[in-house]
Design a protein around this ligand. Structure first.
Ligand SMILES: Cc1ncc(COP(=O)(O)O)c(C=O)c1O
Length: 349
């Protein structure tokens, strides 16, 4: 029996959608991460009961933190991006979380910079608030340990595991790979990126379509463990849309755009290494994407006609889909995170 809805929402489903292809499906992925992070802060005395936790978010982390704060009786203040929608705004208000939303902007970098500047301002005004730093503090890894253990137990690792997932803060893919590798050495990690993101060096290639919410970044994140990734795929919006529509049509899984990108990637990777078990992460449901993605299903290219262009250097990256062996390389220069978190050296748990 769960003590709070956050525990139920945080627990993912494991669905074998095809031979050797497993969907790790979250209703909202970051709930499991925020719950464990808040629990850890309380257990270690880093925050006092009832304190206000603060962070900036473009969507699902805001909801996750609000649920975790509700669960543990903490205050919650969110500096939200322009992408926080009406449904989320309404829920946050009733859950007792306060939201400050940035003015509308098509410029993701400006939006991210404004949010970080505002967080610093709030911390100056309220030194008693605690900044969660979801992009930098790997207390956000902790909650994925139980997920990795369950995945290992249920999926089995005979023949090797390949884990595929979108990289935003990097916590989910980085943590799941870290904890799975403690169980079995043969785990390949494949990161999924949009074009135009500094994280794995695609900032010089623009995608004219809508951004894929939650993955990629215009600023460096310390929670991305570049050395953990074996391969990286970059997908255009159109390719992710084809993946999302195929996943719903073929397997009846209604999930978001980062999942569409991850699923397309996972199908391709599985075809290259059929003996392995390939797991892809579904971070959220499709509801937020009805108008922008699923209503356009007639435009979706048949997924089996699409394949990545294999590249060996970042200069060769091009739309609509590219893949590179990352082979544990370090972060590109523009993705090296400093100590912008402002609480001194990063914790490594
Ligand atoms: C829809 C969606 N997919 C994937 C991710 C990436 O997750 P992570 O931040 O753990 O890398 C996010 C993060 O915000 C997201 O919102």
């Amino acid at each position: 029996m769960d003590e709070h809805i956050a525990e139920a929402i945080g627990r993912p489903d494991l669905i074998r959608v095809d031979d050797g292809l497993i969907c790790l499906r979250f209703e909202t992925m970051k709930v499991v991460s925020a719950l464990a992070a808040v629990r850890h802060l309380l257990d270690t005395g880093a925050v006092r009961p009832g304190a206000t936790l603060l962070d900036s978010s473009s969507g699902i982390y805001a909801y996750a933190l609000a649920l975790a704060c509700h669960r543990y009786g903490m205050g919650c203040h969110i500096v939200g991006s322009t992408t926080v929608d009406h449904t989320l705004r309404t829920q946050l208000a009733i859950l007792g979380a306060t939201l400050e939303q940035m003015p509308p902007s098509d410029d993701l970098k400006l939006d991210q910079k404004r949010r970080v500047a505002r967080v610093h301002e709030i911390l100056r005004e309220h030194p008693d608030h605690f900044w969660m730093r979801q992009y930098h503090d790997d207390i956000h890894y902790l909650g994925y340990r139980a997920v990795a253990d369950r995945l290992y137990a249920e999926a089995g690792a005979d023949g090797g595991l390949t884990l595929v997932g979108g990289v935003g803060s990097g916590a989910s893919t980085g943590a799941l790979a870290r904890y799975l590798r403690r169980r079995t050495p043969d785990v390949r990690l494949v990161g999924v990126q949009p074009f135009g993101s500094v994280t794995f060096g695609s900032e010089h290639v623009a995608d004219p379509e809508i951004i894929i919410a939650g993955i990629g970044s215009s600023i460096p994140f310390a929670n991305v463990s570049h050395a953990a990734y074996d391969a990286v795929h970059w997908l255009s919006f159109d390719t992710a849309l084809a993946g999302g529509v195929d996943l719903l049509r073929r397997h009846a899984v209604f999930a978001g755009l980062s999942t569409g990108a991850g699923y397309a990637t996972a199908r391709w990777e599985r075809a290259q290494a059929p003996g392995r078990t390939t797991v892809f992460i579904a971070a959220d449901t499709g509801h937020r994407y009805v108008d922008t993605v699923f209503a356009r299903h007639a435009e979706a290219a048949p997924l089996d006609t699409l394949a990545p262009r294999m590249v060996t250097s970042l200069d060769e990256l091009a739309l609509p889909w590219a893949r590179m062996e990352w082979a544990g390389a370090a972060a590109p220069a523009a993705a090296v995170a400093g100590t912008e978190g402002g609480r001194g050296p990063l914790q490594r748990t």
